[in-house]
Design a protein around this ligand. Structure first.
Ligand code: BTN
Length: 279
C-alpha cells in the first residue's frame, strides 16, 4: 500500500469561506465604481493585476478583489501580508481628471472614504495616520497604496489599492506586525461580514471620489483633518535621506505633510514614515 500523501491532504483542507461577490454587486448603488468586479482566489497583487487591466484600456471604476496575494505590496516596497479568506485586498482603476501634481489627493480621498466606511463596523474611531494608514485604537487596521501612470500633463490612470484586516486573528499575525496591527475581529471579538465591508467601502469610495472630481479636495479636507490623529503632536519623520523632528500641523492641498521644525520653520514632507515622539 502506498504511504499516505500527507502534503496532499494538507492541500485539500477546507480553504475558508469565499466572498460572495454577487451579494456585494446586488446591493451596490454607485455612479462609477464597482460595476464590474474581477474576483480571484489568488493573484500576485491586486494592484499589479489592476495595472495590467488599466494598460489594456479597461474603463474607470472596475474593481479587482483577491482572496489572497502572493506578492501583496505595501508602501515603500514593503510586503503586505495577505492570508486567504479573512481580509480584503482590493484595487480600483481610476482615471481622474486631476493634473498629475494633484494625484496624491486620491490617497487622501481614499483615507476619508476608508475611515468613514470602517467606522460602521468597529467600536473605536478610525483615525488617519499620514499618508496612508488607518489606525484603530492606535494600531493599523488598513492601508492604502496608490500607484499612478501619467501621460504628459495628464493622469492616464491611478490604481487605488486597499488592504483591510477583517477577520484576521491578531494572534495569527507574524510577530513583526502583531505589535502595531489590529483587525476588526481583534477590535470586536466577532467575525464581520466581509461582503458588508466591501459593499460599504465601494459605496464610500464612489461618493468621495465623486466629491473630489466635482469639488476638489477642499470639499473633503475637513473630514480628513478631523481624523488626522497627529495634529499638534511632536513627530519624527524618517525619510530616505534624513530625519526631521517637529510638530505636525496638517496637510497642504497637494497632500504633503506640514511640519514645524525646532526653529519654527515650516517643512513640507512629501514622503516618509511618521512616528509620534514622547507619547
Ligand atoms: C501600506 O499600508 O503600506 C499600504 C498597503 C496596501 C495593501 C493593499 S492590499 C490590495 C492592494 N494590492 C497590493 O499589493 N497592495 C494593496
Amino acid at each position: 500500500m502506498p504511504a499516505p500523501d500527507l502534503d496532499r491532504k494538507e492541500e485539500t483542507k477546507p480553504a475558508g469561506i469565499p466572498l460572495r461577490i454577487h451579494q456585494i454587486r446586488d446591493g451596490l448603488t454607485t455612479n462609477r465604481l464597482g460595476k464590474h468586479i474581477h474576483y480571484f482566489r489568488e493573484v500576485d497583487s491586486t494592484n499589479s493585476h489592476a495595472r495590467r487591466l488599466a494598460e489594456q484600456r479597461t474603463p474607470e471604476g472596475e474593481v479587482v478583489i483577491a482572496e489572497s496575494q502572493t506578492h501583496g505590496r505595501g508602501r515603500l516596497g514593503r510586503p503586505w501580508v495577505s492570508p486567504p479568506y479573512v481580509n480584503l485586498y482590493l484595487s480600483v482603476i481610476l482615471r481622474p481628471t486631476l493634473p498629475p501634481i494633484d494625484a496624491p489627493q486620491i490617497t487622501l480621498m481614499a483615507a476619508v472614504a476608508l475611515a468613514e466606511s470602517l467606522a460602521a463596523f468597529i467600536p473605536v474611531f478610525p483615525a488617519i495616520k499620514w499618508p496612508n494608514d488607518i489606525l484603530a485604537g492606535g494600531k493599523k487596521l488598513a492601508g492604502i497604496l496608490t500607484e499612478s501612470a501619467c501621460h504628459g500633463e495628464r493622469v492616464d490612470f491611478v490604481i487605488l489599492g486597499i488592504g483591510v484586516n477583517i477577520n484576521y486573528p491578531v494572534e495569527s499575525m507574524p510577530d513583526a506586525i502583531r505589535q502595531r496591527a489590529t483587525s476588526m475581529l481583534g477590535l470586536t471579538g466577532a467575525s464581520v461580514s466581509r461582503e458588508n465591508v466591501v459593499r460599504r467601502l465601494i459605496q464610500g469610495l464612489d461618493r468621495c471620489y465623486g466629491e473630489l472630481e466635482e469639488m476638489g479636495f477642499q470639499a473633503l479636507a475637513p473630514r480628513w483633518e478631523a481624523r488626522f490623529e497627529l495634529r499638534g503632536k511632536k513627530v519624527r519623520v524618517e525619510m530616505t535621506d534624513r530625519i526631521i523632528i517637529g510638530t505636525a500641523k496638517g496637510i497642504d492641498r497637494d497632500g504633503a505633510l506640514i511640519l514645524e521644525d525646532g526653529r519654527g520653520e515650516l517643512q513640507r514632507i512629501v514622503a516618509g514614515d511618521v512616528v509620534p515622539v514622547g507619547d
